[in-house]
Ligand binder design. Structure first.
Ligand code: AMP
Ligand code: MG
Length: 400
C-alpha cells in the first residue's frame, strides 16, 4: 500500500508541538542584546518622555494671554533642553527649545518662525491652540507599561526602547546550541580540488547563514562520509552538549543513506514524507537530549524545508512568540496549469507591476532560483493558476 503523505499543516503542527522552549536564560547588556529573544516582559520604571516638553524651538506661553495674532508678551525666562524653568507668570512667555520641559502654567508653544523677537519681548503672530507643540509626559510609554513583550527578538528599535526607559540589561533566552553536519562522499569544501563526481558543499553555507540569522550558536562538524559507523559517531558527538542536531542529506532510503539507520540506532526517528514540493522527505527525532532534524540533500529542498518547517520549529524552540507575517496575496504573472497533489513552494520575484513571476527552472537542484527569488509562491495541493489569479506569496525577507 502506498504510504499517504503527511500534509504540510500536519507536519508543521507536529514540529511545533514537539518544540520545547529553551528554558535557560541569562542577563545581557543592551549592546549585546541584538538578535536575542527577550525572556520576560520589560516593564517601564518611568514615563517616556518623563516630562511635558517642547516639540519646537519657540515660545512657551498661556493661550489666555494671546487674544489675537500680533500680541506682544514679555520674555521672562529661557529654557534650553536639559534645564528646568519656573512657573510662567501671566502675560509672559518663555523662550524654549526642542526637548526642554514646559514650565508650569504654560499651555502651548508657538514655533519661532511664527514669532518676532523684540528686545525683552516677543510678538506672537499666530493664535495658539491649547496644547500645541507640547509633547506630553508618557506620550510614548506610561510608567509601569509593558515596553517589550516576552518572546520578541530584539532589534534596533526594541533595544532603543529599553534604553529609553533606563534599562541597562535584559533577560534573554540562551541561544540554541545547534550542531550540524553534511553527509555525502561527493561533497568537497570550497577551496578544495573538485575531482570527477564531486560537488561543493553549498548546503553548509546556506544552513550556517540561516542559523546565524536566527541567532543560533552553531557547532559545525563538517562533511561526514557515507558510512554507517562514521555517521553514528558524528551523531553522538553532535548530540552531546547541543540542543538540536541538524544534518543534511542521506535521509532517503537509498543504500548510501545512512542517517536514518544511525538515528534509529542512537535515538528515535520519525521519517516523514511530507506533501510538499520541493522537499518531500524530512526526518525528525531525538538523539540523547538533542532534537534531531534531517534535511534533504537537494539544495533547494533543504532551503525551502528549512524556511517553511524547520525555522518555525527553531523559533519556538528559541523562545520566540508571536505569529510570523501571514502570506501576502499577489496576482500571478504566470500560469501553472498542471496541478500537483503536494503543496508547492515556487521561487518567485514580484515584478514592477506587483505580480509574481517564476524563475524558469524550478528543479530542486537549482539554487540559483533561491538567490534570484524575492520569495515563495505557495500553491495549495492541486491548485492550478491562470494569469491574473491571486496566489499566496511568502517574502524571503519576512521568512528569514
Ligand atoms: P541525498 O539527500 O544525500 O540523497 O542528496 C540529494 C542530492 O543533493 C544529491 O544530488 C546530492 O549530491 C545533493 N547534496 C547533498 N548534500 C549536499 C550539500 N551539502 N550541498 C550540495 N548538494 C548536496
Ligand atoms: Mg547523499
Amino acid at each position: 500500500m502506498k504510504h499517504p503523505l503527511l500534509s504540510y499543516e500536519a507536519a508543521l503542527t507536529r514540529l511545533l508541538d514537539a518544540a520545547r522552549v529553551q528554558g535557560k536564560t541569562e542577563m545581557v547588556g543592551l549592546l549585546q542584546a541584538q538578535g536575542r529573544i527577550l525572556a520576560a516582559p520589560l516593564l517601564s520604571d518611568c514615563a517616556v518622555p518623563p516630562h511635558d516638553n517642547s516639540a519646537m524651538d519657540g515660545y512657551a506661553l498661556r493661550c489666555a494671554d494671546v487674544a489675537a495674532a500680533g500680541t506682544r508678551l514679555q520674555v521672562a525666562q529661557r529654557i534650553a533642553a536639559g534645564a528646568t524653568g519656573s512657573a510662567l507668570q501671566a502675560g509672559t512667555a518663555a523662550r524654549i527649545f526642542t526637548g526642554a520641559p514646559i514650565p508650569p502654567g504654560a499651555d502651548a508653544v508657538v514655533m519661532q518662525e511664527r514669532c518676532r523677537a523684540d528686545g525683552d519681548g516677543v510678538w506672537v503672530d499666530e493664535l495658539p491652540r491649547l496644547g500645541q507643540n507640547i509633547r506630553r509626559a508618557g506620550e510614548d510609554i506610561l510608567q509601569g507599561a509593558v515596553v517589550i513583550e516576552a518572546g520578541r527578538q530584539l532589534g534596533a528599535a526594541h533595544i532603543g526602547l529599553a534604553a529609553s526607559v533606563g534599562a541597562t540589561q535584559l533577560l534573554v533566552h540562551r541561544p540554541l546550541r545547534v550542531a550540524v553536519f553534511f553527509t555525502g562522499d561527493e561533497l568537497r569544501e570550497p577551496g578544495e580540488a573538485l575531482p570527477a563526481g564531486a560537488i561543493y558543499n553549498s548546503n553548509r553555507y546556506v544552513l550556517r547563514a540561516l542559523l546565524d540569522q536566527l541567532g543560533c550558536q552553531v557547532t559545525d562538524l563538517g562533511i561526514v562520509r557515507d558510512d554507517a559507523a562514521k555517521t553514528r559517531e558524528a551523531l553522538r558527538s553532535a548530540a552531546a552538549g547541543h540542543d538540536v542536531v541538524i544534518t543534511c542529506g542521506g535521509v532517503s532510503v537509498g543504500e548510501e543513506d545512512h542517517v536514518k539507520a544511525a538515528v534509529e540506532a542512537e535515538g528515535a526517528l520519525s521519517l516523514w514524507k511530507i506533501a510538499i514540493k520541493p522537499g518531500k522527505p524530512l526526518a525528525f527525532g531525538r538523539v540523547g537530549e538533542a532534537d534531531f532534524i534531517g534535511l534533504p540533500g537537494n539544495p533547494v529542498s533543504a532551503y525551502v524545508t528549512f524556511l517553511t518547517l524547520v525555522q518555525p520549529f527553531l523559533r519556538k524552540r528559541q523562545g520566540r512568540r508571536g505569529a510570523n507575517m501571514p502570506p501576502r496575496r499577489v496576482k500571478a504573472g504566470f500560469e501553472w496549469p498542471r496541478a500537483d497533489d503536494r503543496r508547492e513552494f515556487l521561487r518567485a520575484q514580484i515584478d514592477e507591476a506587483g505580480r509574481a513571476v517564476l524563475f524558469p527552472k524550478q528543479g530542486s537542484g537549482v539554487l540559483t532560483s533561491c538567490a534570484w527569488a524575492h520569495g515563495l509562491v505557495v500553491l495549495a495541493p492541486s491548485q492550478t493558476v491562470a494569469i491574473g489569479d491571486e496566489v499566496q506569496f511568502l517574502s524571503v525577507q519576512e521568512l528569514t
